[in-house]
Ligand binder design. Structure first.
Ligand code: FE2
Length: 444
């Protein structure tokens, strides 16, 4: 329908007027000479395997050289066993993990298995099988040195747009996927968590997926489930203990010269909070010789020129921005706003060449559609903004240089709708000296 409207040249005025009346966001799209698609249908999946076979298989990084394999079985007696090796069908190693299940009102989950395997060799393909039966899967471990490539996608959901995003993500190689919150959009309908797990399995079982929480993971119900995150914490355990965190809602990990910090927008973050103290310690312990790049992800953006979700990340920004700035954090990725936006380097609402570069990448494909309206006039801090579904790529080439690109679903994957070269802050003597001076001055 959209293409018909834009391509019909035989009638100019009335058909266009009619199109704009029906689809006012077409007017916005003209700004960028690009037509965006409408909201697409929810995609639900069903289990076609036996009750004892694994479903919803996904993997995540644990420590320097281990992988956690997570999966669910309908059968409540299946063992949390993973057999693995570097040759298909020949499993030279095995490990047994733990299992759990949870209840949410009348819903009872399947048996949720988590098994950590390793140590594993870098840049190696491993074949594995879960629970002693069912299909064989395989994954590639990240390399041991630069370059490394991250795929970054937020607010994924489970619609036809999600499928499109996942296909684009999968069409070129990457090492690790980072997701800054809002996974399934189950919103307390627990079977949708299962459906989401099956939808992403073909992608998440072959590359590590590292996630943090969004507002759609909260699922608090007063009195009965006052703490929330029941499904999220049970289904998507991340390596928080390894980074000294006491909560699955915030943690950090190292991979190939990069220290990745996953923050929690929906847990306490003020300067008395556990998360704040953990972040302080975490940033203090970063060894920039080992991990010259430091990257943070969180859900509600601290900088945002879209009319949607204005100010929702502001109290967290006020609490934590200084910590990130003083620690020379290179990049901050957020989701929540269903559009793409790239800012310049910022500190405290001003352009600052020593602050992090901010990106909003909440355009993964959720059922709520796009956040079409940006505020005008455009802030000079915002360098590129567009409400289209897509995903991002961060290629870190070496200690000093990385390339960020954003890819729209409607383009071929090789087309880079937006891109920028980034230099690591730790290599900027001007920044490290200025901030050291500032810090010692403040201490006095
Ligand atoms: Fe959100």
């Amino acid at each position: 329908m959209m293409e018909k409207c834009s391509n019909n040249k035989s009638f100019i005025v009335f058909p266009l007027l009619f199109c704009f009346l029906l689809f006012p966001h077409l007017l916005l799209s003209l700004e960028n000479d690009y037509i965006r698609g409408p909201v697409r249908e929810l995609v639900t999946t069903t289990n076609h395997r036996s009750d004892s076979d694994p479903q919803q298989v996904h993997i995540s990084l644990v420590g320097k050289d281990k992988i956690r394999v997570s999966w669910i079985t309908e059968d409540k007696h299946t063992k949390s066993l993973v057999e693995y090796g570097t040759k298909s069908g020949k499993y030279s190693s095995k490990a047994t993990g733990t299992h759990t299940m949870y209840q949410y009102f009348f819903y009872t989950s399947g048996r949720i298995h988590n098994t950590v395997i390793g140590p594993l060799e870098p840049s190696t393909t491993y074949f594995y099988r879960c629970g002693g039966s069912g299909p064989e899967f395989s994954f590639n471990t990240p390399p041991s040195k630069f370059p490394i490539e991250f795929a970054i996608v937020g607010d994924l959901g489970q619609t036809e747009w999600t499928q499109s995003t996942l296909k684009h993500v999968d069409s070129t190689n990457y090492d690790v996927l980072l997701l800054p919150g809002d996974l399934s959009y189950a919103d307390s309908q627990q079977p949708l968590w299962d459906s989401f797990g099956r939808l992403v399995e073909p992608y998440a079982n072959k590359r590590p997926w590292m996630v943090t929480q969004g507002n759609h993971e909260i699922e608090i119900f007063p009195i009965i489930y006052p703490h929330g995150f029941k499904a999220y914490n049970n289904r998507w355990p991340m390596p928080f203990e390894e980074s000294g965190s006491t909560s699955n809602l915030y943690y950090s990990f190292d991979v190939v010269g990069s220290h990745i910090i996953m923050l929690g927008s929906y847990t306490d973050f003020d300067d008395k909070s556990e998360q704040y103290k953990w972040l302080q310690n975490d940033l203090d312990s970063v060894d920039r010789n080992r991990t010259p790049w430091v990257i943070a992800l969180l859900h509600a953006p601290w900088y945002n020129t879209n009319e949607a979700h204005q100010g929702e990340g502001e109290s967290m920004r006020q609490a934590m921005e200084k910590l990130l700035y003083n620690a020379h954090v290179d990049l901050v990725f957020a989701g929540h706003v269903h559009a793409y936006e790239r800012f310049t380097r910022i500190y405290d609402n001003e352009a600052n060449s020593c602050g992090p570069l901010y990106v909003t990448i909440g355009d993964g494909g959720n059922r709520e559609g796009l956040a079409l309206n940006f505020k005008n006039p455009r802030s000079p801090l915002s360098l590129y903004r567009e409400p289209s579904f897509g995903h991002g790529r961060l290629q870190i080439l070496n200690e000093t240089h990385a390339h960020w690109s954003w890819h729209r679903n409607n383009d071929t994957n090789s087309f880079e709708a937006d891109g920028v070269w980034i230099e690591s802050l730790i290599n900027s003597k001007a920044c490290t000296k200025t901030q050291e001076k500032q810090t010692s001055h403040e201490e006095l």
